[in-house]
Design a binder for this molecule. Structure first.
Ligand code: MN
Length: 231
């Protein structure tokens, strides 16, 4: 088979402690998966999980020990950070029961669901899609993926984000409304999960704006750090 135009490259994310890279198939994101963040976004904190997507090539992979550079995107005056646990799927499946879900998890990473909050807010008001607010280029900075066996038990890990050295977001993975297994159970009812899928599992409270020159430092216990400069 011959491609009519040059074949686009497959987006990849580094694997911690390895020369291998993880190929990205799709990026799913969970909305409002921590009670206090759901409240700050105007919800009750108790709704069923809902999902949106970013294109696979929205990843901005940041290798260990480096600082990623994210250009301040156009068409916004309100770029927000959302620090999140990312689950990397290694095996495909549909209608996966929560009890079996961990077999589908290949690894974990620290990610940022960067958001043009003004565009997302306008889309909500108008009943329009969130794509321009959520799915723009380089909107998904991500650190190295740690294979699940290396990461250990992250169910109670601390998740935090500093901007220019000051604390902005601080919580624990145990505060997820829908834990990793339950999230996979729900998501796999809507979509056939494939190897290479990434799931951004939602952000805790404390989302706020960043500006050019800001340095974001995110971390989750067991999964290292993710440093990004807005340029
Ligand atoms: Mn998010």
């Amino acid at each position: 088979m011959q491609f009519a135009i040059p074949q686009p490259s497959i987006p990849t994310v580094p694997v911690a402690g390895s020369e291998s890279v993880f190929p990205v198939h799709r990026i799913y994101c969970v909305g409002r998966n921590y009670v206090e963040h759901a409240k700050e976004m105007g919800g009750t904190g108790r709704e069923a999980p809902f999902f949106f997507m970013k294109p696979a090539d929205a990843v901005l992979p940041v290798p260990a020990g480096t600082i990623g550079e994210m250009p301040y995107p156009g068409m916004t005056n309100d770029l927000h950070h959302e620090i999140e646990l990312v689950v990397a799927i290694g095996k495909g499946g549909s209608n996966i029961a929560a009890a079996d879900a961990m077999q589908y998890v290949w690894g974990y990473a620290v990610g940022l669901d960067m958001t043009r909050r003004d565009l997302q807010g306008e889309a909500k008001k108008q009943g329009r899609p969130w794509s321009t607010g959520k799915g723009f280029d380089k909107s998904a900075p991500i650190g190295p993926i740690y294979p699940a066996a290396q990461a250990g038990n992250i169910a109670h890990a601390s998740i935090r984000l500093q901007v220019n050295g000051a604390a902005r977001q601080q919580s624990s993975i145990e505060k997820l409304i829908w834990n990793i297994s339950e999230t996979i159970e729900h998501l796999s009812k809507y979509f056939a999960l494939q190897p290479g899928d990434l799931i951004f599992t939602g952000t805790p409270e404390g989302v706020a704006a960043v500006k050019q020159g800001d340095v974001l430092e995110g971390a989750i216990d067991g999964l290292g750090e993710l440093k990004v400069k807005i340029v």
